[in-house]
Design a protein around this ligand. Structure first.
Ligand code: HEM
Length: 256
């Protein structure tokens, strides 16, 4: 695909028993909000989702206060006019640009894609036999691996590389020329907790991990419930298989 293969990362949500790390999702949301949101939408996510079980775990009060900080388009009203009002918990995240064309014009011709499903969209296959092991290990999380790789993959173009106008060299982006300028720098997002100490390293690498985890949750908000039900279904099927076996033996016993 023209980009280097992203290094695999050990995500808390990987594997059949993986769970999202609530603190990490909260940090990742902070990164999205303070850095990515100026260019990228998150149109399938509503503010209230931030309080859903299995997610970042914000309280309803926090979500209401957060939503109210945004301006949301509404209307038409009784006079037939569109208007803006403060956001409510049920609103979805407002788009950074009025439409696709405006988004492209503001970004040198390439519209920044919506990030709601990005972690599920940008996957890659590692080929046989890896895809068999991938189903059971951390390496299956290729979407977040790729997002993390792109965010940390900015470097100087190799000598002689013809860089088109507005392009940025990225080790992992297919073709290496990405329209997105390097979005993250060390120390850019404040991770200080109530005690005044950073809750996690304020580095490009950590920001990238956190926002990738957050985008994974955004793309698959019911992941934890899915894994839990999947495990129960497994146990149920094992027990059922045993019962079916012994019932069969009993029913057919007279004919032996
Ligand atoms: C593309 C993530 C910040 C502008 C992308 C892609 C991802 C991404 C995953 C898709 C790459 C692909 O197509 O494979 C993020 C994250 C950000 C962030 C997580 C915050 C940490 C920004 C900012 C801007 C921006 C602040 C604008 C200044 C773009 C543009 C593209 C893009 C224009 C299209 C690139 C192309 O197709 O060449 N971003 N982004 N991004 N982003 Fe960002």
């Amino acid at each position: 695909h023209g980009g280097a293969v992203p290094p695999p990362i050990s995500w808390s949500f990987a594997g059949p028993f993986g769970t999202f790390d609530q603190q990490q999702l909260q940090r990742g949301f902070k990164v999205y909000r303070e850095v990515c949101a100026s260019c990228h939408g998150l149109k399938f996510l509503a503010f209230r989702n931030l309080a859903d079980p299995g997610g970042p775990g914000f309280s309803e009060g926090q979500v209401k206060a957060l939503a109210a900080e945004y301006k949301v388009k509404d209307g038409p009203n009784d006079q037939g006019e569109m208007f803006e009002r403060p956001g409510r918990a049920a609103d979805r995240f407002p788009e950074p640009f009025p439409n696709e064309q405006a988004a492209a014009v503001a970004n040198g011709g390439k519209a920044p894609p919506d990030l709601s499903l990005m972690a599920k969209a940008r996957t890659y296959e590692r080929g046989f036999p890896w895809f068999i092991f991938d189903a059971f290990t951390q390496f299956a999380e290729t979407g977040p691996n790729y997002i993390h790789a792109v965010l940390t993959g900015y470097e100087a173009a190799p000598a002689g590389f013809q860089m088109p106008d507005g392009g940025n060299y990225n080790r992992y982006f297919p073709g290496h020329v990405i329209a997105m300028p390097k979005p993250l720098n060390d120390g850019q997002v404040d991770y200080k907790g109530p005690d005044g100490k950073p809750q996690a390293p304020e580095t490009i690498d950590q920001y990238s991990k956190d926002v990738s985890a957050f985008l994974m949750w955004a793309a698959e908000p019911k992941m934890m419930a899915r894994k839990e039900i999947g495990f129960k279904a497994f146990i149920f099927l094992i027990v059922l298989a045993g019962l079916v076996y012994f019932v069969k033996k009993k029913v057919w016993a007279p004919l032996h």
